[in-house]
Design a protein around this ligand. Structure first.
Ligand SMILES: *[C@@H]1O[C@H](CO)[C@@H](O)[C@H](O)[C@H]1NC(C)=O
Ligand SMILES: *[C@@H]1O[C@H](CO)[C@@H](O)[C@H](O)[C@H]1NC(C)=O
Ligand SMILES: *[C@@H]1O[C@H](CO)[C@@H](O)[C@H](O)[C@H]1NC(C)=O
Ligand SMILES: *[C@@H]1O[C@H](CO)[C@@H](O)[C@H](O)[C@H]1NC(C)=O
Ligand SMILES: *[C@@H]1O[C@H](CO)[C@@H](O)[C@H](O)[C@H]1NC(C)=O
Length: 384
């Protein structure tokens, strides 16, 4: 069996595979998947290839028998939120986890980051348990959250006892975290705990690339102040002089107040020898590209410290940890400081990606970036 789940649409290749007898495809999606975008595509001058792929993302047009599909309505359990996870599990041994939704835009028009792990049955089995929780929750008629989760979905791999595997030929300690915590069976580290643990264990630096950063539970009504991550970053900067760099995204959908939270953090730069800086990453677009909804932006969500890699699917704001389904992978390479002749560790690869982006001409000072976002918002209102 292959379990595959996606949050936002699917590729034609998957349904073709699903139509053969060889491959069993299971998909879990958020409830409100995404016919809303379909009407806008015929007018795009992007070529037939993309349009065909888009057609494949619309659930109800799938040929029957290509996949078993379940949808999750997070409001049912949490009052708000969505399934935001983006994970593929193939043949119980290969995994993709990252920021990319499974529609054509994600891998052609959106800047994403994820990790592919091949030939790793123990990690695949572990993340399959997270899938199985979603699958359970997607059944009809709707089920309540269980008071306690069955033991078969518990895990022994978490922040205190990660599993030891070889990634990139290097000894690595790995675990998956999940959010929100009510859907974490015994042993599963909640996403937020994993994120804070990685920040707190940094000795020299914390580099973060994330689409949105806000110390708010922004989907609650009324909105609540939620300084949990913000406090952790300020604390490591002030107490341990860990260098903090935060690269958020700037696109026409960016909330202007996000700049204020970033500027507020960077105000601490040099206070008590702290080093905190923030920038915004801007993806340029042609007039045609600008017509594509939810595209041309830096959608990645990861953190790299001097000793750990953290790749997730959540924005860094409260609602993503209180009511939104997400997963992260945490990788640590204990005692492994050596060996230029070996492949780099995941941490080293991620640090190189971060530095590339941070140093690039698309990473702008926050104030400058905002002007650029505003400009594209005006342009986009003219073309629509
Ligand atoms: C999701 O559940 C909520 C609360 O039960 C309900 O009000 C809403 O209509 C549901 N949404 C969909 C798309 O079914
Ligand atoms: C900042 O670091 C310098 C050099 O390490 C040290 O002399 C100074 O006392 C520190 N200042 C504060 C406020 O900690
Ligand atoms: C967070 O990320 C998603 C996509 O991953 C995006 O659509 C959403 O608008 C972002 N921001 C907030 C505040 O939810
Ligand atoms: C790493 O080093 C520490 C301290 O020397 C040791 O206790 C630990 O077992 C080592 N871990 C691995 C995985 O080698
Ligand atoms: C980024 O810039 C810093 C400071 O100028 C430099 O030390 C570092 O090597 C650069 N990294 C990359 C990947 O260009």
């Amino acid at each position: 069996m292959s379990g595959i789940f996606v949050s936002f649409g699917v590729w034609a290749t998957v349904w073709i595979a699903g139509l053969t007898d060889r491959v069993n495809v299971k998909i879990v999606l958020k409830k409100e998947t995404d016919e809303t975008f379909s009407g806008q595509f015929p007018q795009l001058r992007l070529g037939k290839f993309y349009v065909t792929e888009l057609d494949a993302t619309i659930k109800y047009r799938w040929p029957s028998g290509a996949a078993e599909v379940r949808t999750l309505n997070f409001s049912q359990w949490f009052g708000s939120g969505i399934l935001h996870t983006k994970v593929w599990i193939v043949d119980k041994k290969h995994i993709y986890l990252g920021s990319a939704n499974m529609d054509w835009r994600s891998l052609t028009q959106v800047k994403e980051l994820g990790v592919v792990i091949s030939n790793c049955p123990c990690l695949a089995a572990d993340i399959q348990k997270i899938f199985d929780v979603y699958w359970y929750l997607g059944q009809q008629p709707p089920v309540p959250l269980p008071r306690s989760w069955p033991a078969k979905w518990s895990t022994k791999y978490n922040k205190d006892t990660p599993v030891q595997v070889t990634l990139n030929g290097r000894k690595s300690e790995v675990y998956f975290s999940s959010s929100p915590s009510p859907i974490c069976p015994d042993g599963r580290t909640p996403d937020l705990d994993a994120l804070l643990d990685v920040i707190n264990k940094a000795d020299r630096y914390v580099y973060i690339a994330v689409m949105d950063y806000m110390p708010l539970i922004e989907f609650s009504k009324p909105v609540k102040f939620w300084p949990v991550i913000d406090d952790a970053l300020r604390r490591v900067a002030l107490e341990k002089n860990v260098e903090v760099r935060l690269l958020a995204s700037c696109w026409r959908g960016t909330r202007p107040d996000m700049a204020k939270y970033l500027l507020s953090l960077s105000q601490l730069n040099h206070a008590n020898n702290a080093s905190i800086s923030t920038k915004m990453f801007y993806v340029p677009s042609t007039p045609d590209q600008r017509k594509i909804p939810y595209a041309r932006l830096n959608h990645n969500k990861y953190m790299v410290t001097d000793n750990r890699a953290f790749i997730g699917t959540s924005n860094w704001s409260g609602s993503y940890f209180t009511s939104t389904g997400g997963v992260s992978i945490v990788v640590h390479n204990p005692n492994d400081t050596t060996s230029a002749y070996l492949t780099p560790t995941l941490q080293q690869q991620l640090a190189a990606v971060f530095e590339r982006d941070w140093n690039s001409s698309y990473a702008l000072p926050v104030k400058e970036a905002l002007d650029k976002c505003k400009m594209t918002a005006i342009e986009s209102s003219l073309v629509q």
